[in-house]
Design a protein around this ligand. Structure first.
Ligand code: GAR
Length: 216
């Protein structure tokens, strides 16, 4: 059983996918706290529904960005969180949090990294004209979406796709690979070697896959 702390800024559908896997008994994890940086984040409603403790931390109340992350770090450590989940957390994580959780912070990004890092990964893919995009779960380092990659999944990009239609297709796979990555962590099967993540006793072909039927 791994103790999770989830950070989110908005809708929280990835947060929900993780809750669903835990509720179904398929993910040996417990969410100790949801922390949001936005008081209107719908993720809060999801936490309430499942009686998950939540906390709004207002970045404007801190004189520096580091102080904001020190506060988040202290809240996570006080609850003995082992793995931090960035589930649509729209900020760049800084040193105080990174140092407290080395290779213990996971992010989901809506593109096949290292392509299209940063904001609006789906829009960047549509604008660039790629034929395939997808999503990536990775450990967080000091860069923007540069950390060691755990799982990726690919989807086709069709000529008539918009940012929204592509985002919807990608999201369906985000909801599969994020819980899967957490499961691998919980099972002690992820080993970071340099910038590569080794998966111990790897058998599940879902760790790197494409699903051409998604969205059709
Ligand atoms: C997801 O598509 C996630 O990949 C993306 O924000 C969305 C959050 O949705 N994250 C980023 O772009 C991080 N840079 P959700 O709140 O419904 O999980």
């Amino acid at each position: 059983m791994v103790r999770l702390g989830v950070l989110a800024s908005g809708r929280g559908s990835n947060f929900q996918a993780i809750i669903d896997e835990i509720e179904a008994g398929k993910l040996p994890a417990k969410i100790e706290i949801l922390i949001v940086d936005n008081p209107n984040a719908y993720a809060i409603e999801r936490a309430k529904k499942y009686k998950i403790p939540y906390l709004y931390i207002n970045p404007k109340e801190y004189s520096t960005k580091d102080a904001f992350y020190e506060k988040i770090r202290d809240e996570l450590l006080s609850r003995r969180v082992e793995l931090v989940i960035l589930a649509g957390f729209m900020r760049i994580v800084r040193k105080p949090l990174l140092d407290a959780f080395p290779n213990r912070i996971m992010n989901i990004h809506p593109a096949l990294l290292p392509s299209f890092p940063g904001l609006h990964g789906q829009r960047q893919a549509v604008d660039y004209g790629v034929r395939i995009s997808g999503c990536t779960v990775h450990f967080v380092d000091e860069g923007v979406d540069t950390g060691p990659i755990i799982i990726q999944a690919a989807v086709p990009v069709y000529p008539d796709d918009t940012e929204d239609t592509l985002a919807e297709r990608i999201l369906r796979l985000e909801h599969k690979i994020f819980p899967e990555a957490i499961r691998l962590f919980a099972e002690g099967r992820l080993k970071v070697e340099g910038r590569k993540v080794k998966i111990l006793d790897y058998k599940n072909p879902d760790i790197c896959f494409t699903n051409p039927e998604i969205g059709k």
